[in-house]
Design a protein around this ligand. Structure first.
Ligand code: 13P
Length: 222
């Protein structure tokens, strides 16, 4: 089996801001090296350069706008996050929803600048629609379970397996992540057993008293 992929979204948690963004990335790097499991982080946009410069670990943006160079004040430009050191981006996170047209434009921008793309979705039909656009990954995250501590892989296994099935039919090149409430080794194990290739998670690690210990527990059943 290929290594699972763990993508840690820092959101705007204080613990993952500024210096904390670097410290958590260092913990991720240490656990990735110890375990051989691929781990990437998605800090806040102004922390991308800092994290990518100080820690040798894949860094994702939390958002990307489907715009180019020019008159787009306040937007997130693919070239800028690429040059800051990002290798990929989330698109359409449930806390940063986009229209379908915006998702497509954002994905196009990610491809233009060689950024890996993770389109976030909330149920099986939106996962199917996202897969049709051809991102590298879709990440199914039922919003009601986000931040709940109740893992999607246990509370709603059908939304994960249903997403995996739908994506396999529509575009088998697209890989499926799942997220929401994932924090323990058994949650990650269940997510993989349902056919996802990894997890997108946040609070269980970023807000943990000891993020490195929490990460070690997360990968302990792989
Ligand atoms: O939104 C999420 C990751 O993008 C999931 O958040 P939690 O891991 O805190 O439930």
């Amino acid at each position: 089996m290929n290594s699972p992929f763990i993508l840690l979204n820092y959101k705007t948690y204080a613990q993952g801001t500024g210096k904390g963004a670097v410290e958590i990335a260092k913990a991720c790097k240490a656990v990735s090296e110890e375990s051989g499991i691929k781990i990437a982080v998605a800090p806040q946009l102004p922390d991308i350069y800092r994290v990518a410069s100080e820690v040798e670990l894949p860094v994702f943006s939390q958002h990307l706008d489907g715009i180019g160079a020019g008159s787009f004040t306040g937007h997130v430009f693919g070239k800028c996050i690429k040059e800051a050191g990002a290798v990929g981006t989330l698109i359409n996170h449930s806390e940063r929803r986009l229209t379908l047209a915006e998702i497509e434009a954002s994905l196009k921008a990610a491809k233009e600048f060689g950024l890996r793309s993770v389109i976030c979705t909330n149920n099986v039909p939106t996962t199917a629609a996202a897969a049709a656009l051809g991102p590298d990954y879709v990440a199914i995250e039922p919003p009601e379970l986000i931040g709940s501590g109740i893992p999607v892989s246990k509370a709603d296994p059908e939304v994960v397996s249903g997403s995996v099935e739908a994506v396999a039919k529509i575009n088998p090149d697209v890989k499926v992540l799942c997220g929401a409430g994932i924090s323990k080794g058994e949650d990650l194990r269940a997510a993989l057993d349902l056919g996802s290739v990894g997890v997108l998670l946040a609070s269980g690690i970023v807000k943990a008293r000891d993020p490195k210990a929490a990460l070690e527990e997360l990968v302990s059943l792989i």
